[in-house]
Design a protein around this ligand. Sequence first.
Ligand code: ATP
Ligand code: MG
Length: 409
Amino acid sequence: MRVLLFTGKGGVGKTTVAAATGAKIASRGSKTLVLSCDPAHSLADALAVPLGPEPLEVAPALFAMQVDTQRRFELRWAQVQRYLAGLFARGGVDPLQAEELTVLPGADEVLALLELRDQAASGRWDALVVDCAPTAETLRLLALPEALSWYMERVFPTHRRVLRGLRLTRLGGPALPGDAVLDAIGALHEELAEVRRLLAEPAVTSVRLVLTPESVVVAESRRTLTSLALYGYRVDAVLANRVFPAGGGDPWLASWARSQQAQLAEVRASFGDIPVRTLGYRAEEPVGLAALLEVAAELYGPDDPLGPAGEVGPAGELGPAGAMGTAGELVTVEADGDGYLLQVALPLAGRDGVALARSGDDLVLTVDGHRRMLSLPSVLRRCRVDGARLAGGRLAVRFTPDPAQWPAR
Ligand SMILES: Nc1ncnc2c1ncn2[C@@H]1O[C@H](COP(=O)(O)OP(=O)(O)OP(=O)(O)O)[C@@H](O)[C@H]1O
Ligand SMILES: [Mg+2]
């Protein structure tokens, strides 16, 4: 099974190309589900078919659905969040950890991830095509399983113990949650960890970055690529949409075409090995199956719209399925003289936007406001950070053994 995620700035054509890609995959005989997390129902508009919260067959082998944001679930999640925030306040948790909690996104994203997991686990599909929200929300969504994991593994067990103790000594009062709440949160954590494993598996999941050849959009897309790499997601294509035809007598159009070509050149240069596919600005909105198949034909030509599956990285090499293990090829550790070199692929990151800190057994990496906690393999836990360098799209962090942390011989 493959999972394709489509993201990009608002309005660039994510829904259109996601639907077109799904239609093309299905037309080649793979059972495909196009899943939209956008409450605005634009997937239904693009396919010109009303959609609901269950997969609906819109053409042979092509199914589509609209994830229902379910008010009820949202309310319940809001309760859980309020409870967690209160817990933090009472527990005197340090600000770094408290901040991790506040970045947890809302119910829509959680629900979309759980739906994705259920559909993937159902075994019904050869391909899952996900029409994601604009970039910022998508990044929060993709960071969620790991952020929550980090929280669950570090903070939650302690609180659970403390709470049990408080209940036993009857000091807590009615504000303490029952085990049912804790169990529910634990189960949610498990499910989200499963989604994370699915999404961070390069042989299964890839992201397609949709953009229009305009400077503002290209700049945002470059930042998105860096952030996706930070979280360990593989981008397998850049889709440039609404490209004006070159030539013609109209000076206004010719000027646009020239500036777009310059932007496209910039895109091709800066996105390195990632293939860039283009789609022309069409005379009318591509709505309905026939138009979408034309769009896909222009984008993919004779190529397989699923694209080649990525190499399976050395996932797990760095320890149990923690944050680092799942990042696969994006994070590596190698011996380097008397120490170690940890390298993180961060294409396009400028040194201004990158910050690095050590927090106990974690390396806290912040890139353009997006934070990732890399849990260090045990060999690095007994080392100290000796310096870091950003070059050639990789951040290299040097670790040297810290004598204070090794048992005396
Ligand atoms: N190549 C194209 N030529 C002409 N019209 C297009 C093209 N691509 C997309 N459109 C139209 O542009 C509009 C926006 O496209 P779409 O809904 O796919 O964007 P989106 O990125 O999903 O937007 P949102 O961020 O709101 O979800 C739609 O009306 C769509 O039909
Ligand atoms: Mg859309």
